[in-house]
Design a protein around this ligand. Sequence first.
Ligand SMILES: Cc1cc2nc3c(=O)[nH]c(=O)nc-3n(C[C@H](O)[C@H](O)[C@H](O)COP(=O)(O)OP(=O)(O)OC[C@H]3O[C@@H](n4cnc5c(N)ncnc54)[C@H](O)[C@@H]3O)c2cc1C
Length: 321
Amino acid sequence: MSVALVLLEVLPSGALAASSAGLLAAAVEAGEPVAVLAAPADVLDRAAEQAAGFGAVRVLTAEVDPAVLTGPVVDALAAAVAAESPDLVLASNAIESRDAAARLAVRLRLPLATDVVGVGGDDLGVVAHHAAFGGAFTVDGAPTFGPLVATLRPGAVDARLEAQPLAVRGLQVTASGAPSARVEDFSETVAPSTRPELRGAGAVVAGGRGLGSKEDFALVEHLADVLGAAVGASRAAVDAGYAPASTQVGQTGVSVSPRLYVALGISGAIQHRAGMQTAGVIVAVDKNPDAPIFDIADFGIVGDLFTVVPQLISALEAHKK
Ligand SMILES: Cc1cc2nc3c(=O)[nH]c(=O)nc-3n(C[C@H](O)[C@H](O)[C@H](O)COP(=O)(O)OP(=O)(O)OC[C@H]3O[C@@H](n4cnc5c(N)ncnc54)[C@H](O)[C@@H]3O)c2cc1C
């Protein structure tokens, strides 16, 4: 049976990152999913239980010092590759995991596929699915030698696996001694919001330059809250100061694949579409009937968003009652 190693990110609380269940469900297309956890000793038990709950058939653990960045995670992954001879090593395309995946590929001289939207297999081995040209095409790529190291776009896979019995193995890790940055000080920023994280959110409401001001951008947040969605923004909205940079969706921002993406006052430039075109259902509100966003929208409303969106909010709130 082929093995697909899956690097899962462990948050400081010991919980697994939101991407974890989707990563394991994606990996099963290429082999039996075996989780790799590299985390401080005091959180490993909790994280391992959660990984089995998300469908990992085995959980490989390595204790690492959280103050040392990336290097020890790569050491753990290298040990897991040696122990399991996988066909695939899958990690989230989030900042820390993709850093570790890239370093692993360089260290072990393995092929690397980044920002994939799924993996599969054929007679010759693992295949990586990419969304290309802003999501207009799906392209398959396959390595000529393996195993393949791949990073998965958060939210790209909705499927979930059944829980497995917990089977934990400690990894024998040899420290490479590669230079690593050290964290001197750490304090967690608690976002004053109950909204979901943009990366991996099931629904996103995003606003563009059409909102006109930071004050009016609150309309985007209001609709997001009614839908239980994350808030996104175009680069124009971010550059104008309507929304923080962390909310930027697109080529130079976050790539998202939610089930629902609502674009308000966003024209649909190719650089914006690159980050959201793989969304399941796209709804656009724009007063310009020729806005390119309507080329990819499943539902388009041509109109003034300050007229349309309050009606939409009222209708949704009435529906909830
Ligand atoms: C290298 C590079 C990287 C880039 N990366 C990104 C990126 O990551 N993400 C990104 O978003 N952009 C990116 N851009 C910028 C991109 O090219 C566009 O400039 C940007 O996406 C435009 O944002 P927008 O749609 O909000 O603004 P606009 O293109 O100005 O569109 C505003 C829209 O709002 C509509 N509108 C105005 N008022 C109303 C109203 N009252 N009611 C309804 N509709 C209204 C208008 O009709 C228009 O369609 C990048 C550009 C470059 C060169």
